[in-house]
Design a protein around this ligand. Structure first.
Ligand SMILES: Cc1cc2nc3c(=O)[nH]c(=O)nc-3n(C[C@H](O)[C@H](O)[C@H](O)COP(=O)(O)OP(=O)(O)OC[C@H]3O[C@@H](n4cnc5c(N)ncnc54)[C@H](O)[C@@H]3O)c2cc1C
Length: 380
């Protein structure tokens, strides 16, 4: 049961669930095993509007709210965290900042192909020396006439090798640290823009996560998102959304793991009875379900806050911190319920267990979320 979902939010959830069950679930194991980006599924998601959930209709999207996008990410991640991550990054960290900070021409140029799924987006913020300390950007953008010349490298870029459009953060004035960071929308086919090796990750296989090199990459000034020095503000505002998306991903993974644990506990017999008859297993399942519901409510509340408040960093970090740690505990519990089968690659809980770990790291580790929450509480 869901409190007060509007008809169109319920419709988006239904669409996402049908897509997840009909198209994604049958492919989830193969995507994990082969580490291949599921381009065909992204095309299908695009045809259903799931690549542009929050993009206004005038720019080719569904024109829905943040909660609708959260419901979609949750449903898809319940079957494949990889496909959930692709959708979440694309919608929250590429479409949303272009929508929020782009000028009319940029919105007209970039949003329709992103919303239809014809183009895939990635965001490029993390660098070898700028992880949690994201203000320590060393990639540079130097103005040259009507252009900027970008140099530097970025790591861990989800969707990277599959993307046509990248949101790149670079420093236009290193002395100014975070106030010298500027955002650019860069077409990935530009000379000097090169994705090198694909990252070899514990989970989220198939997300085309890669290292980027910028080598004298010339970008017209008309591709600059916002003014010079506004990049950090744009990044933080879009990370509020991204973190809500990550919380939705974590809730979806946890729900997927619980679904598996429930059906296994009913089927598997030991000592002459189903596992579900043992109180130890019952209590584990009850704790898992309770934690997921709490994480879901925090995530949905954060989504609501995103659409009704100027900023929602506190709500976003709270939801991400709690949901990602719930996802960790629930997938751990699901492996335990399945025993040896939970540790086997023949069963999806092994994949959920690996995928869940990412939600405690990407878009700010749990330590960074705790710092954001504490800063908000203490007014620092
Ligand atoms: C699967 C995956 C996908 C990703 N996708 C993207 C993407 O699409 N685009 C992108 O730009 N980035 C992406 N990232 C990068 C991600 O955002 C960073 O990995 C993350 O922010 C942490 O940075 P780091 O890895 O450099 O860790 P570090 O910052 O080096 O942190 C290492 C440890 O130190 C702790 N720590 C650091 N500073 C503090 C502090 N002040 N107080 C307390 N503890 C601290 C951290 O919490 C962590 O435990 C991705 C990462 C992963 C794993």
């Amino acid at each position: 049961m869901e409190l007060d979902l509007a008809d169109e939010q319920e419709r988006t959830r239904r669409t996402a669930r049908q897509f997840a069950e009909g198209e994604v679930r049958p492919r989830a194991e193969e995507i994990d095993r082969t580490d291949e980006f599921p381009l065909d599924l992204v095309e299908k998601a695009g045809a259903l509007g799931l690549m542009g959930v929050i993009v206004p209709r005038e720019h080719g999207g569904l024109g829905m709210d943040t909660l609708s996008l959260v419901l979609a990410v949750e449903e898809v991640s319940r079957t494949s965290a990889t496909v959930g991550a692709i959708l979440s990054v694309h919608n929250f960290l590429v479409c949303d900042p272009i929508l929020a900070a782009g000028d009319g021409d940029q919105k007209r140029r970039y949003l329709p192909p992103l919303a239809s799924g014809e183009h895939i987006g990635c965001y490029c913020l993390t660098e070898p020396e700028a992880g949690s300390d994201v203000a320590n950007q060393t990639a540079t953008a130097v103005r040259r006439g009507a252009d900027y010349v970008l140099n530097g490298s970025k790591i861990f870029i989800t969707n990277g090798k599959a993307a046509q459009v990248a949101l790149v953060y670079a420093s236009t004035d290193r002395q100014q640290r975070h106030q010298g960071i500027t955002a650019f929308v860069v077409e990935t086919e530009r000379p000097g823009f090169r994705f090198a090796k694909k990252e070899r990750l514990l989970g989220i296989h198939g997300s085309a996560c890669a290292t980027l090199f910028l080598e004298d990459c010339v970008v017209p000034a008309s591709n600059r998102l916002g003014a010079e020095g506004e990049g950090f503000k744009i990044a933080l505002a879009s990370l509020d959304g991204g973190r809500i998306g990550m919380a939705a991903l974590a809730v979806g993974i946890a729900q997927g793991a619980l679904d598996e644990a429930l059906s296994y506990a009913k089927e598997r017999t030991q000592f002459g009875q189903a596992l579900s008859r043992f109180q130890a297993i019952q209590w584990k399942l009850a704790d898992m379900a309770t934690e997921i519901e709490a994480a879901r409510l925090l995530t949905h509340r954060a989504a609501f806050a995103r659409d009704h408040q100027p900023r929602c960093s506190l709500e976003a970090s709270t939801a991400k911190l709690f949901a990602s740690e719930v996802s960790h505990r629930v997938t751990h519990g699901a492996v335990q319920v399945l025993g040896g089968h939970g540790y086997s690659q023949d069963h999806p809980v092994e994949r959920f267990y690996r995928d869940a770990r990412m939600t405690e790291i990407d878009q700010g580790t749990s330590e960074i979320q705790r710092s954001v929450i504490a800063r908000n509480l203490l007014g620092l």
